[in-house]
Design a protein around this ligand. Structure first.
Ligand code: SF4
Ligand code: SF4
Length: 57
């Protein structure tokens, strides 16, 4: 299970980056991207995203 970002919905606000306990998210060209090697699939970022851009798959 890893987090996936909907690039159309992400505003680059960084809220998910600040909350991720695994430090698995970074901004690339103003859009969040998940490091799938680091992501633990915990889902914390899903609740933190104000635009609903993250889902767990
Ligand atoms: S699911 Fe958890 S570990 Fe993965 S990116 Fe979101 S907060 Fe980080
Ligand atoms: S919290 Fe949502 S909108 Fe903000 S950077 Fe993360 S994925 Fe993008």
């Amino acid at each position: 299970m890893t987090a996936k970002i909907d690039k159309e919905l992400c505003t680059g606000c960084s809220a998910c980056i600040d909350i991720c306990p695994m430090d698995a998210i970074s901004l690339l060209d103003g859009i969040a991207q998940i490091n799938e090697e680091e992501c633990a699939g915990c889902g914390v970022c899903v609740d933190e995203c104000p635009t609903g851009a993250i889902r767990i798959e």
